[in-house]
Design a protein around this ligand. Sequence first.
Ligand SMILES: *Cc1c(COP(=O)(O)O)cnc(C)c1O
Length: 463
Amino acid sequence: MLFHSTRGNDSGKDFATILMQGLADDGGLFMPDHWPQVDLEEIKSKSSFIDVAKYIVPLFTSSSFTEAETIKIVEDTWHDFDHSDLIGIQTFEDVSILELFHGPTAAFKDFGLQLAAAFFNEVLESENKTAIVLGATSGDTGPAAIDACKTYKRIKSFIMVPNGNMSEVQRRQMSTIDEDNVFALRINGTFDDCQDIVKHAFKHRDFLNPDQYLLAVNSINWTRIVGQICYYFYAFNRLHSKGDLNFSVPTGNFGNVFACYSAHQMGLPINKISVAVNNNDILHRFFADNDYSKKIVHETISPSMDISVASNFERLVYDFFLERDSEQCAKLFNQFPAHGITLDEEVWNKKNKLFSSSRVNDAHTQKLIQETYAAHKYVLDPHTAIAMDEATQQSNKNQHYIVLSTAHPAKFPKVYEELGIAISNTPTALMGLFGKQETLHTLDAQYDQIVNFINQHNSEVNL
Ligand SMILES: *Cc1c(COP(=O)(O)O)cnc(C)c1O
């Protein structure tokens, strides 16, 4: 299985290459050359999440790793989960909650990032090289990236955090890690400023040691998607007796929905994919009105979904709406965001049926948390609550919906203080955070300052 860019000018690459490269040379996103097909009877016969993953992951890694090598990596990858099968499932009438927050940072991002980090390390060991991870985060990516990479001494992580809307728990998850290969940088600027610095760094690469990779951990990395595809098949394994498969997914950068769509292309019989967003509604405007255009970011009580553009959306436009016409795709996305995207009305109308979308504001999010708590004594995190909206409405029409629960509510304690709801089952990983010493290096949003900082801390790695 080889990979190519959505924009047509970077192709024939193997798995290890696109893993380490991140973004394609032409600015596009990597896609598999075809969709491997999955035997659903085989999926039904698996007895754990790991067994499902051992079947799915090798389908994408075969150009660089033998099946046996990949299986070994998959067996050793996901660590520090507080659930024996990694994922919990709660069913309330016609809605099931797929709990993806049992990992060490209490958000679903542990699934994609732990898999990516394990493969990063595998490649670095075999080539005897080191790497720098440089990322910008406003939510759960930073903690999950730091946690996933911290045990691998060949990788030094520098994560930039804007002074802005992130919960104290999320900040402390990054600032209290006591490892000498991890640096949390507080940047006097916005998330977009941090993103610009990352982009600049990838262009210039002027601070790398010889034989050192610069790695991207944002959600455009294909390996993160692979880790997430696995749990859609696992949901089928556990819940296929409930009838039609419908998923409701709290959405920001569209990585999680794209993994769902990928599972569909690989043969998972999905009826509907519901794209659930907060007031940052670029995706809702596309699915409801065929209008994908950038607007300013609003701060909400679901901060991990506060985005102005959804990077993985390009993959869907390329694969699904444009049926892999890379020339068209390049034309649309090279002009974006200066020009918004509106697709051919007929194509959009015909294809849109696989999806639905909903936009939920803060007040309604709070109401959904309260209603679910009143009915089931179950506390939804604010992101998950947003996906609950469509699920409860549709399940009244006799459709079973699976809601992806992307974070544990204990990451957002302020929300529950205001609602007067007590969270009783705080994960152990989050419990000690408030007693620990924080180390945050404060820098201005200037490329030179970041480079100086990296240079100071990028001396030879002790292996
Ligand atoms: C990252 C995140 C999301 C959004 O996921 P995408 O793959 O970017 O769409 C939703 N909820 C939580 C809790 C997250 O951390």
